[in-house]
Design a binder for this molecule. Structure first.
Ligand code: GDP
Length: 303
């Protein structure tokens, strides 16, 4: 189920509340079952579906006891259910204890992007650079992806298109060395945001995780951003957890949300890493990157 459809289904379930003159256990159960099945078919991990259901049930039971079934009570319960669903979904996307790294003026902010091959990492590096260049930051791009043939040319060409300074060595095979040289180069030149594109692999494997760790230990980025393809569904959850175990993921960018992506998997991946989503990718162009705001996203989703 695609994301828009998920929103529609949950929205429809919640609308049943508007028509009801009495909200009893049976109706509540029916609505929660509909919401849960919509979330499950959008690939949200079952753990979070159960948490959402329990949280709504607990809150509503408390409210029902004090308000009974008066007309006013129904309206209050209705709002409570709607609010709790929004809050729970928002909380999934915006873990309270982890805030995204904030770029600071007057220093070199080093960002490392990690993710599997094909996730959209290189494209996202360029979009990310472009976003901050438009806001007036001095941004540099470093290609430390020595694994994928063509990554160097791709990033170099992208950088030229957006007029962003680029650092890379076509023939160098040591990603740690390039990452270090590139970061030092841009630091010396007083760049403010230094974006390091790292190698991916087709799947999670030891070589990738080792390389990521070495790059991270050497360049000591201010933050590592995990780039995840939203179209991989339920696999998102395990993938995000594996990355997060190897290097501390500071935040997440979810790509390809413009397609027929099952957004739910991505939602649970965020819950798995307890890292906030900072941007979403909505197309192949360099300006197809949207800053992410969890509550607004969920409210729009539910219509
Ligand atoms: P990498 O291997 O992770 O560096 O992946 P790339 O950056 O080369 O991207 C792989 C493919 O996904 C390319 O064809 C990109 O144009 C495409 N892509 C990346 N981000 C998005 C997105 O947000 N939406 C869509 N539709 N395609 C994307």
């Amino acid at each position: 189920m695609v994301l828009a459809e998920l929103g529609q289904k949950i929205g429809q379930a919640l609308k049943k509340l508007n028509a009801a003159s009495v909200i009893d256990d049976k109706l509540l159960q029916e609505i929660l079952t509909e919401i849960a099945s919509a979330l499950l078919s959008a690939d949200v991990n079952i753990k979070y579906v159960i948490k959402l259901r329990d949280s709504v049930k607990t809150q509503v039971t408390l409210q029902m006891n004090s308000d009974g079934q008066s007309a006013n009570g129904v309206a209050t319960v209705r709002k409570l259910i709607q609010r709790t669903v929004v809050e729970e979904l928002t909380a999934m996307l915006q873990p309270a204890e982890n805030r995204p790294y904030e770029f600071k003026k007057g220093k070199a902010n080093v960002v490392m992007l990690v993710g599997l091959q094909g996730s959209g990492k290189t494209t996202t590096c360029t979009k990310f650079a472009y976003h901050y260049m438009k806001k007036g930051w001095r941004v540099g791009l470093v290609c430390a992806d020595t694994f994928r043939a063509g990554a160097f040319e791709q990033l170099k060409m992208n950088a030229a298109k957006i007029k962003c300074p680029f650092f890379g060595h076509k023939k160098e095979t040591d990603p740690v060395k390039i990452a270090e040289e590139g970061v030092n180069f841009f630091k010396k030149e007083k760049f403010e945001i230094i974006i390091v594109d790292t190698s991916g692999r087709h799947k999670q494997e030891a070589a990738l995780f080792e390389e990521m760790q070495q790059v991270q230990q050497t360049i000591k980025p201010d933050t590592a951003i995990f780039v995840m393809d939203s179209s991989i569904g339920q696999a998102c959850y395990d993938q995000a957890q594996a990355f997060n175990k190897t290097i501390r993921v500071g935040s997440v960018i979810i790509t390809k949300l413009d397609g027929h992506a099952k957004g739910g998997g991505a939602l649970s991946a965020v819950a798995a890493t307890q890292s906030p989503v900072v941007f979403i990718g909505t197309g192949e162009h360099f300006d197809d990157l949207e800053p992410f705001e969890a509550e607004g996203f969920i409210k729009r989703l539910l219509g």
